[in-house]
Write a protein that binds this ligand. Structure first.
Ligand code: NAG
Ligand code: NAG
Ligand code: NAG
Ligand code: NAG
Ligand code: NAG
Ligand code: NAG
Length: 612
């Protein structure tokens, strides 16, 4: 089945049709501290490296002092015990291959859930007021607050409240379809802390993994996919506070023990997540240092993770480019499995970026940056995402603009246009932070309908109340509501036209192999009775039909579009095998799949426009 009755209800839910809309109002977090992270970032920009990501350097202003006096007085650091509700051992709903394929291969409009499971001082300063040491990293929180029980209360309360079901509904309602979820190895629980700097605080994390599973399920309830991102690896992959530690040391790559530990973290994640329908992938490392051994590390990690189970062989794995796009483009292009490159894009960290005007950045984005992303994406069959970007600009970049707000909007729009066209997805950093509404550069909730558009749908700028009202989708819906997979479907019943020659082949609006995605998750059904017997004609007809149908099926799932196009075609061809697409005719399948997909998407686009 394309969609069971339950699946269809879920689809409607993912469109926000059966749920109330969560409207965040400015000032809803007005109890927070008056932090101006833009100012903080500006003042530390010149010392920040491009590897720094979004973090305030150790020499940045003590923003925790801004609104609340940090004092040694015990009363300042008193923590109300928090009674974390018992989630037990939450499990994922039964695996659904057809839905998993849509989640994993679709175009992603995403936000990062930063500072939820991996803390960053500039985003959630209130958790750092009584942290220990340099008060910069997750480890400082866990070892601060006077006792392990107190630190645990602080963190558990944060896990249970910082992002909740209403947030996921809100995101789905405005067309966000995926979230990137940064976690640390400590998030996997006390066992994974043994032998690491987190060992003394291991018990703080006893309820942590159940919260991660719960987060994935809450996202799934709203129809959102989740990219689980290992932001903090044992030993640290980048020495940055956002990897969990404050000592600045990168110990992962030259220490076999840490490498082994990280491999066991990654294989655990694969074992646990491979059958989670809405998990779109695991990111092996966030922003690693480009150690000489990094490519070998990636190769080994991918190999270890793929060996976990047969299902793991085709599971999407994301690698970060260590700020060398060209080098890791080659790495991904060299592989045929579902490996995706993550490239991060910020414009505030280098002296050159600080000095450049906002409109200059926008011009670069639409010029040289677009060119280099085009080259990388083409090389990598579109297995490329920009999974951290923001609307942040320094005060200096905005100073020369006559209309700074408009300049920021143009800058954000330029990024989204380019990333959406040239890559399989983008993820804004970050969804929420303290004093969000003062920060439309970094805080998504504040940026929506201000620095960013108000909605983000792949098709059009609004919800389609009833997808079946789109004529392009109607026949797929009728398949969706047919209960038997063996009986000819309404589409099969119609699919008996003659087969035109390649040069004049056009769809009759009736795809071959109509329920393939539902049956196997891929286009495996031969329908050889219906397909032309000439191998070239067959590859053309099947390719066009599969592409056309794929556009429709993806649209049915929350108005999604295929995003990982090259990988999807490669994987479909592998499943079909030479009996269906004869060896030597694959290029016809690829070319005509692309044509069918484009025609299907154009039809849906015009239907959406006509509904408006
Ligand atoms: C989520 O948190 C917000 C406050 O941030 C609250 O208004 C809302 O009711 C919460 N929703 C759920 C489902 O708990
Ligand atoms: C790492 O694992 C490999 C193979 O599993 C093992 O041979 C090696 O001794 C381990 N190294 C350390 C430092 O534990
Ligand atoms: C995942 O699903 C496959 C097929 O449904 C099953 O064989 C495998 O045991 C499952 N793996 C896990 C870890 O649940
Ligand atoms: C790609 O593969 C070729 C041939 O196997 C190899 O020489 C090259 O080093 C690889 N490049 C990368 C970046 O892995
Ligand atoms: C993105 O692609 C669409 C459709 O091909 C095209 O009309 C548009 O100009 C492209 N936008 C950019 C910024 O390249
Ligand atoms: C966006 O903001 C404008 C005012 O700035 C307002 O009129 C409009 O209703 C808002 N749109 C949405 C979808 O919230």
């Amino acid at each position: 089945m394309v969609l069971t009755a339950g699946g269809f209800t879920l689809l409607l839910q993912s469109l926000g049709l059966s749920q109330g809309v969560f409207n965040p109002s400015p000032g809803s977090r007005s109890g927070g501290l008056p932090v101006d992270s833009k100012a903080a970032l500006t003042s530390t920009d010149s010392s920040a490296s491009p590897n720094g990501g979004v973090q305030v350097g150790p020499t940045g202003p003590s923003i925790t002092d801004a609104g609340r006096r940090v004092s040694d007085a015990a009363s300042e650091c008193m923590v109300d015990p928090y009674d974390a509700y018992d989630l037990g051992n939450p499990v994922f709903p039964p695996f659904d291959q057809a839905r998993a394929n849509v989640y994993r291969y679709r175009q992603q409009q995403s936000v990062n859930l930063g500072s939820w499971f991996v803390h960053e001082q500039w985003m959630t300063p209130s958790l750092f007021t009584c942290a220990s040491g340099d008060q910069l990293s997750e480890l400082d929180i866990a070892s601060g607050w006077g006792s392990l029980d107190a630190a645990r209360s602080i963190l558990e309360k944060h896990w249970d409240t910082f992002v909740n079901a209403s947030d996921f509904e809100y995101l789905a309602d405005i067309g966000i379809n995926t979230v990137r979820l940064p976690i640390g190895y400590w998030s996997l629980g006390p066992a994974f802390c043994q032998g690491t700097p987190f060992e003394p605080v291991a018990e703080v994390y006893q309820n942590s993994w159940s919260r991660v599973v719960q987060a994935i399920n809450l996202a799934g309830d709203a129809g959102l996919g989740v990219l689980v991102d290992l932001h903090g690896a044992p030993g640290s992959q980048n020495g940055q506070p956002h990897s969990g530690i404050s000592d600045g040391e990168v110990n992962l790559f030259d220490d076999d023990w840490y490498i082994n530990k990280t491999m066991s973290v990654l294989t655990f994640l694969m074992e646990e997540l491979v059958n989670a329908t809405n998990v779109v992938g695991v990111q092996i490392l966030n922003e690693p240092s480009n150690a000489d051994s990094l490519p070998a590390f990636y190769t080994q990690a991918i190999s270890n993770m793929r060996q976990v189970s047969p299902a793991a062989e085709s599971f999407p794995l994301y690698v970060h480019d260590a700020f060398n796009l060209a080098q890791y483009s080659d790495f991904v292009a060299n592989r045929s499995d579902f490996v995706v490159l993550d490239h991060h894009s910020y414009f505030v960290f280098t002296p050159g970026d600080v000095a450049e005007s906002a409109s200059g950045h926008t011009k670069d984005i639409r010029g040289s940056i677009s060119d280099s992303l085009t080259a990388a994406s083409t090389l990598q069959r579109r297995n490329l995402v920009i999974d951290e970007f923001s609307c942040a600009l320094t005060d200096q970049s905005l100073a020369g603009e006559t209309a700074p707000d408009q300049a920021r909007r143009d800058f954000c729009q330029g990024q989204m246009d380019i990333y959406q066209n040239l890559t399989a997805g983008w993820a804004f950093w970050a969804y929420d932070k303290e004093d969000c509404y003062d920060d439309p550069g970094w805080c998504f909730k504040a940026a929506v309908n201000r620095s960013l558009p108000s909605t983000f749908f792949s098709y059009g700028d609004r919800l389609i109340a009833d997808p079946s009202s789109l004529s392009a989708l109607t026949d797929v819906v009728s398949v969706a509501t047919t209960s038997s997979q063996e009986e000819p479907t309404s589409m099969d019943a119609q699919s008996t036209p003659g087969y035109p020659s390649p040069s004049r082949f056009k769809p009759a609006g009736v795809p071959y192999g109509s329920t393939n995605l539902a049956n196997e998750g891929f286009h495996t059904r031969e329908d050889s009775d219906h397909l032309p017997s000439d191998p070239s004609e067959r590859a053309i007809a099947k390719g066009y039909s599969d592409g056309f149908l794929t556009a429709k099926i993806f649209a049915l799932y929350g108005m999604s579009k295929l995003g990982f196009t090259g990988q999807y075609i490669t994987d479909s061809l592998a499943r079909l095998g030479p009996d269906v697409i004869a060896s030597g005719t694959e290029h016809y399948y690829v070319q005509w799949f692309t044509e069918g997909l484009a025609d299907g998407e154009a039809l849906i686009t015009s239907d959406v426009a006509n509904l408006s």
